[in-house]
Design a protein around this ligand. Structure first.
Ligand SMILES: *Cc1c(COP(=O)(O)O)cnc(C)c1O
Length: 974
């Protein structure tokens, strides 16, 4: 029984009516206090000192932008949208399958803020839990594929295949090869994404039956799909050997569930394996988010795209995990990067890895066998009923072309079942065939239903079908099978009772610092509140259980959700059109640049290929530009951190006839509103270029100014930053692009869905609406905040940032400020002088913050030797003060080093972070006390977050790369 609310009615109504006050950390008293400290009279006046007058426009967005509302009201409205989706049983396959998310994973992982509010594990000492889960993921993939190096997830199967193509292309760069051969049995969305990615790089894609591949020394790689779209399985050994004869790399897109039974493709000699782990417990969610994988041979470990978790040792010699080989990444390599993955799909990879932990090798095998047997029974039914089947070996899918296809589809519809419509992309009324893909959820009842449908459609009686032979060799004749024990590592074998499983999950998550512990003041990443009411709807079946290629009359709710979001985001940014397809900011950049490129081409400007990028830009900017076929020309920044307008004018002039675009982050990555953004845009337009605005910093702009109004042509938004999608420990993300009217017709499309412009750039992601399943989060945020609430959020975000800048400036100088001495929504603290005076590096402070119970701000970006702090509007004054006091206290410790009161090397900063083990050890031989080490703030004696390991040695781990778990045997030897 719920306890009756004893509050007065008026107060209750207030609680119900205002989500805004829950989202924003500073109440009006705190706001006034901050304004006072900063010497400002009121918020609007304060904001007008920050945002340049010629772009400030706080009038409410025109058109139908909602007013804010309560959680209950927004949930009610979203419920009405959700029920317009019609959840049927989808046996469509094509890379998306029904799956049973174990209830324990749903409850303890997917819905656990300890997992979903964590940040990318850069601060490894307080991220050991998800690093271990990702290490398990890499181990799982490595064991499945037989390839030793697996990354910690990619965005989706289609982009993973494109990454494989890029890797093969880069490896063969010197030999001038440009042909990439693709299996005609490839998934249609994979082919579409490959085409989009190949074109700007000058790669020539050829599609055919693999045995007919014309292999020669112009071919740099091939892609096979096993099992194929049609369901076909075959032994690729001869095709692999022939490809290797001409030095072409072999990539295979695989189904992880089939791989459970099949010989690991690595054993057959393939160079790269990619695929999606969606069917390992991750809901279909209308296309995403899901984790893709990418595994390869040892020799390509430096070329592998995405994050790689590796084992190293900590300062006490204990094993510890961290992100390995980071110099491969676009952050470092910029325009030399061969891939561009920043936000990946960590939360989904974690779910899939726990699915494998939950089921273990034998559980996975039972599921795969079940699917295989039902498929074999279905095939028998079809044959017995007289349907004509192409003879081939299959795993889970059967495709049938038949005169009565329409009848089959109709009867299936009556039974609430969606079948694949053949040919792909045809409407049901034009169906010439049907396809059926079984999954984990298939049971005898489902088979009986299908049997009945198929019999009725052909007008024959149902006869029971004898299954005579159920051994694997006869179900998969002439296919190389898995013969050795696999997945013998302890993690996959010790946690099968739910009690053990729960404790394992809890043991891991307890090692991770997330928003449940304190602020994560990460500059540029906007780690704001991820409200429970925003998150709750993603678990509703109407959103989570839809197949992305279900008949469109079943996804009306999603269509409405997409339309609402597109129109709201367009209104907020001042643009005319939006595409929600990109799965990350970096993908949005790539999509936006392709849109610009397509526009230039449509005007006959084929030669426009120069992209101007300020040196302060995020590493994804130059990497995206190169992927889009552009040449990067850097623009310098002046001493205030602004784009050097003279240099811009000079470079724009010099490249005038080839100028394609400028990429500019606004407010700048230095955290200030450059006063002359309009002039910047004008210069670019004058020379025929387009302005691409990196909107990662939109949290300073929403409701205050609109990129589309002050001169930008395209911008991407990070819904996982500004619009409340949680970071998930490094993904999922959503990176939609918004474009001006003249660019709408080039928005990305999809081969199996109606979306994008009429001259669209093709598909960017596997699913038509990208990570559709998490769009309800941003919808809820926008709906509950309303235009006025959003404007307040941006304003308070800037108030909080300036409050911190003001308090810390006397201790750590704020590096860049705007004209009036104010920053925007984040501030850069200059720590470089501390190196000279006390030998203290930025990392020492980042690690020492862990002892104080904080996650470090952004380290050494965009300026080396600095910290970039972004508090967001969601943090309370108390938390802002707690952070400031921790930083000030650390400054006092540094002072003690300066004065010689602390040893220069053996001090609490250099030896941070301090583990429970270290401070409770028998021996303590450090020249500072244990209390000083572990409890620098008095209140920590009651509430202390312990780093799981001491400072990790990154170089050691890179020299001795270990990126999957030991097996039991090896384990026992330790
Ligand atoms: C986060 C960020 C990006 C990239 O976004 P992802 O979703 O991680 O790909 C690009 N630019 C800036 C300034 C960012 O902060």
């Amino acid at each position: 029984m719920p306890v009756l609310d004893k509050k007065p009615v008026a107060a209750r109504i207030n609680v119900l009516s205002s989500f805004l006050e829950r989202h924003i950390g500073l109440n009006s008293k705190d706001q006034n206090q901050c304004l006072n400290v900063l010497g400002h009279a009121d918020l609007a006046q304060f904001i007008s000192e920050i945002v340049p007058a010629d772009i400030l426009d706080s009038s409410p967005p025109k058109g139908s932008f909602p007013e804010g509302c309560s959680e209950l009201q927004a949930l009610d409205e979203l419920r009405l949208i959700a029920v317009q989706n019609c959840v049927r049983r989808s046996l469509i396959g094509l890379g998306y399958h029904g799956t049973a998310t174990p209830a324990a994973i749903h409850r303890y992982v997917l819905e656990n803020p300890g997992w979903y509010t964590a940040y990318t594990p850069y601060q490894a000492e307080i991220s050991q839990g998800r690093l271990e889960a990702l290490f398990n993921f890499q181990t799982l993939i490595s064991e499945l594929t037989g390839l030793p190096i697996s990354n910690a997830s990619l965005l989706d199967e289609a982009t993973a295949a494109a990454e494989a193509m890029s890797l093969a292309f880069a490896i063969n760069k010197s030999s001038d090869r440009s042909r990439f051969l693709v299996d005609s049995d490839v998934l249609p969305q994979t082919l579409a994404v490959l085409r989009t990615r190949a074109e700007p790089l000058g790669i020539c894609l050829e599609v055919s039956e693999p045995r007919l591949f014309e292999l020669n020394d112009e071919v740099f790689g091939i892609l096979l799909q096993l099992p194929g779209r049609s369901g076909k399985l075959w032994d690729p050994s001869d095709v692999i050997a022939k490809s290797h004869n001409v030095d072409a790399l072999v990539t295979v897109a695989i189904d992880p569930l089939a791989q459970v039974l099949l010989a690991p493709v690595g054993d057959l000699g393939v160079d790269i394996a990619v695929g999606s782990v969606q069917r390992f417990g991750v809901p279909m969610a209308f296309g995403g988010p899901h984790a893709a994988f990418f595994a390869t041979k040892e020799i390509f470990k430096r070329q592998i795209p995405g994050r790689l978790v590796g084992q190293s040792v900590d300062a006490d010699g204990e094993p510890a995990l961290r992100l390995a080989l980071q110099t491969r990444e676009q952050h470092i390599r910029r325009d030399k990067a061969t891939s561009n993955i920043c936000t990946a799909q960590v939360l989904l990879a974690v779910i899939a890895s726990f699915y494998a932990v939950h089921h273990g090798p034998s559980g996975l095998r039972s599921i795969a066998l079940k699917v295989l047997r039902f498929r074999a029974q279905l095939e028998n039914c079809l044959i017995q009923l007289g349907y004509s089947l192409v003879k081939m070996v299959r795993f889970d899918t059967v495709e049938v072309f038949a005169d009565n296809a329409l009848e089959v589809h109709k009867l299936a519809e009556e039974e609430g079942v969606n079948l694949r419509v053949l040919p792909l992309g045809a409407s049901v009324n034009d169906a010439k065939g049907f396809g059926i893909t079984f999954d984990e959820l298939t049971d005898q009842k489902e088979l009986d239903t299908l049997h009945k449908i198929l019999a009725n459609a052909i007008g024959k009686p149902i006869e029971s079908v004898e299954i005579t032979n159920f051994n694997l060799e006869s179900l998969l004749p002439e296919i190389p099978l898995r013969t050795k024990n696999w997945l013998t590592q302890p993690a996959f074998n010790l946690h099968h009772s739910e009690t053990e499983f729960l404790r394992y999950i809890q043991r891991l998550v307890a090692q991770d610092f997330s928003l449940i512990h304190g602020m994560i003041p990460l500059g540029s990443c906007t780690m704001k509140l991820n409200a429970a009411a925003e998150l709750a709807p993603i678990s509703w079946r109407e959103f989570s259980a839809l197949h992305p290629f279900a008949p469109i009359d079943q996804s009306k709710g999603y269509q409405k959700l997409v339309l609402d979001l597109e129109s709201w985001l367009a209104l907020l940014t001042g643009f005319a059109g939006v595409s929600l397809q990109p799965n990350a900011g970096s993908q949005g950049e790539f999509a936006g640049l392709l849109v610009i490129r397509a526009w230039h081409k449509s005007r006959g400007d084929f030669h426009r290929n120069v992209c101007l990028i300020p040196t302060s830009a995020h590493g994804t900017n130059p990497a995206s530009a190169v992927m889009a076929g552009f040449k990067v020309v850097p623009i310098t920044c002046d001493e205030y951190g602004n784009i050097d307008l003279e240099d811009l004018a000079k470079k724009a002039e010099a490249h005038s006839s080839q100028l394609a675009a400028l990429m500019v982050t606004y407010p700048s990555t230095h955290g200030v509103f450059e006063p002359r953004i309009r002039d910047i845009c004008d210069v670019v337009h004058l020379h025929g270029g387009q302005v691409y605005l990196d909107g990662a910093n939109l949290n300073a702009q929403v409701g205050l100014c609109k990129p589309g109004s002050y001169g930008a042509d395209v911008c991407h938004l990070n819904l996982h930053k500004t619009f409340c999608i949680p970071h998930g420990g490094g993904g999922p993300g959503v990176g939609p692009i918004a474009v001006a009217a003249h660019l709408i017709s080039y928005l990305p499309g999809h081969p199996l869905a109606n979306c994008g412009g009429n001259q669209g750039i093709g598909a960017i992601s596997a699913a038509p609406f990208g990570s559709a399943g998490i769009l309800p989060i941003s919808w809820m945020y926008l709906r509950m905040m309303g235009a006025e609430g959003l404007r307040q959020a941006s304003s308070i975000a800037m108030l909080s940032a300036n409050y911190i800048a003001h308090r810390l400036n006397p201790f750590y100088p704020v590096l860049f400020k705007g004209l009036k001495g104010l920053v925007a929504h984040e501030c850069i603290l200059d720590l470089r002088p501390l190196k000279k005076i006390a030998g203290i590096e930025v990392d020492d402070i980042a690690k020492r913050l862990m002892d104080y119970g904080f996650h470090a701000p952004t380290v050494s970006w965009p300026v080396a030797g600095t910290l970039m702090v972004e508090p967001t509007e969601s943090e309370s004054l108390e938390e802002l003060d707690r952070f400031c006091e921790a930083m000030i206290s650390i400054r006092a410790e540094i002072k003690a080093i300066e004065l010689g009161d602390f040893d220069a090397l053996d001090n609490p900063l250099k030896r941070a972070p301090h583990t429970l083990g270290a401070v409770t050890a028998e021996e303590w031989d450090r020249p500072y006390s244990r209390a000083k080490a572990a409890f620098p703030l008095i209140e920590q004696r009651k509430n202390k977050f312990w780093p799981a390991v001491a400072r990790i040695d990154n170089a050691y781990g890179d020299r001795n790369l270990v990126c999957s778990c030991n097996t039991f045997e090896e384990f026992n030897e330790l």
